[in-house]
Design a protein around this ligand. Structure first.
Ligand code: ZN
Length: 454
């Protein structure tokens, strides 16, 4: 029997403003699933953390049932009137260009132009985000109000873009721990200037990686993937299918900067451990939502495809497609708040604290309650008691009694926190006090043994 020790909680002391700063830095870049924008984004991430690597896969390579697309780059895109006055310009918003637009230069009639304009008639001030990755086209995205002003008979279109054989690039960092068992975090990074849908989770992931890399000790290994949506995760899976056996838990992260409550979308297999973890982690947040798996949404679709069926769920605040700012110019720097980013970071820091301390306490004095008074644990000599409040990060008397009572080798620290309706940190602290007093020992799940007879 190998007795284990507690690892300290992951520090939550990160300012939401620091996370927001990453989003501000990355917001202006015109990203897509391939091209210079996503490469520049990966370079930014690389400058923030250690051991980040990128992989470039050639256009035309087969990845399962898909083909890596041509690389798209755009240097300018303008719509002008017949006097060559600029009306729409990607310098004003990266959303103005239909993603994967072919190059086009020439005079077109208003009727022809209209076939290539994309607006949101029900949200007339907003510019939509539209893509045409796998159908060749060109086009502009603009607000309905901008479109209404286009009353001339002809317009000049000048799209200086290339769609040519090149590369699809993704980024990756593995933070090794004692065990090869991995926790996977997957973040798509192919959207242009959209703050909540992809930049929020990307920015939080940077800070999470920094915290993990600074830990003196880790039990698990952590892999972070920064990929273009869909084709990126399919490409990674096609090239790394041998690594998937180590993935014991995983989360796709997206939309973590808005003010909505947390939403966890389950991994495909109902009994997946990530589903239990997230349900327990969110159980004390009355507004949090737990959704069943469905084969729609982000890259969990690929990780949970039947051949892989990985234990990977999806964590969001407001889910994709459910908020009016989604995929529009209103998903901007004001839509994501430092407070929301900070609380999303804290939740993930707690999740890592939980997975690093997935231990099973066993009482050393299970027959009758041990005498706590003589050990300074009854009444609990603790500042939490002096203020008579239950604090999230400090144990209270009843929480400590729960920890002692459920230390039977069958309940993990998380199970105890969940049953006691206390925060994980509070029960972790209580378990630490009890271990220090010699009243319990900690084991991994397989090592926890039944009590000796009295
Ligand atoms: Zn999206």
């Amino acid at each position: 029997m190998f007795e284990q020790h507690l690892l300290p909680p992951i520090s939550r002391d990160i300012s939401g403003h620091a996370i927001h700063q990453h989003i501000r830095a990355l917001f202006p870049i015109l990203r897509s699933i391939t091209g210079k924008g996503i490469v520049e984004t990966l370079q930014y991430i690389s400058a923030q953390i250690k051991n980040f690597s990128t992989t470039s896969v050639a256009s035309g390579d087969l990845v399962f049932d898909w083909t890596v697309p041509k690389e798209w780059n755009v240097s300018s895109a303008k719509l002008m009137n017949k006097h060559k006055n600029i009306i729409i310009d990607i310098n004003d918003s990266t959303l103005h260009i239909l993603q994967y637009s072919l190059p086009f230069n020439g005079l077109v009639s208003r009727e022809e132009l209209e076939e290539h304009l994309f607006t949101l008639p029900n949200q007339p001030d907003l510019i939509p985000y539209k893509t045409s990755y796998y159908t060749e086209n060109w086009g502009f995205c603009l607000s309905e109000n901008q479109k209404k002003k286009l009353t001339d008979t002809h317009y000049y279109v000048d799209i200086d873009a290339t769609l040519a054989p090149g590369f699809l690039t993704y980024g990756e960092v593995l933070i090794p721990g004692e065990s090869d068992e991995e926790f996977l975090f997957s973040i798509h990074c192919c959207h242009p200037s959209l703050a909540n849908d992809n930049l929020s989770s990307l920015a939080i992931a940077i800070e999470l990686i920094r915290k993990l890399q600074d830990l003196p000790e880790r039990r698990l290994s952590y892999r972070f993937l920064f990929l273009p949506g869909t084709i990126g995760s399919i490409t990674w899976l096609a090239r790394n299918s041998d690594k998937t056996k180590n993935i014991k838990n995983g989360l796709v992260l997206s939309c973590l900067g808005d003010k909505g409550p947390f939403t966890y979308k389950k991994a495909r297999e109902d009994s997946a451990s990530i589903n239990t973890l997230m349900s327990k982690l969110l159980s004390r947040q009355s507004t949090a939502r737990i959704w069943d798996f469905e084969p729609y949404g982000y890259d969990e679709r690929q990780y949970c495809s039947p051949g892989f069926n990985l234990p990977v769920g999806c964590l969001m605040r407001s889910p994709n497609g459910t908020f009016p700012e989604y995929h529009t110019s209103a998903d901007n720097l004001d839509f994501v708040t430092p407070d929301a980013l900070e609380s999303s970071f804290s939740l993930l820091a707690d999740l890592i604290t939980i997975t690093e301390n997935s231990l099973y306490p066993v009482s050393t004095s299970p027959y009758g309650e041990p005498q706590l008074g003589k050990r300074g644990l009854y009444p609990l000599q603790h500042e939490a008691l002096k203020t008579d409040e239950i604090r999230d990060d400090l144990p209270d008397q009843l929480g400590l009694l729960w920890a002692l009572n459920l230390s039977d080798g069958k309940n993990s620290i998380l199970d105890i926190a969940s049953r006691a309706q206390r925060s994980f940190r509070s029960i972790l602290y209580a378990v630490g006090l009890l271990q220090k007093a010699g009243l319990l020992k900690l084991y991994g799940r397989e090592q926890a043994q039944p009590f000796p007879t009295p």
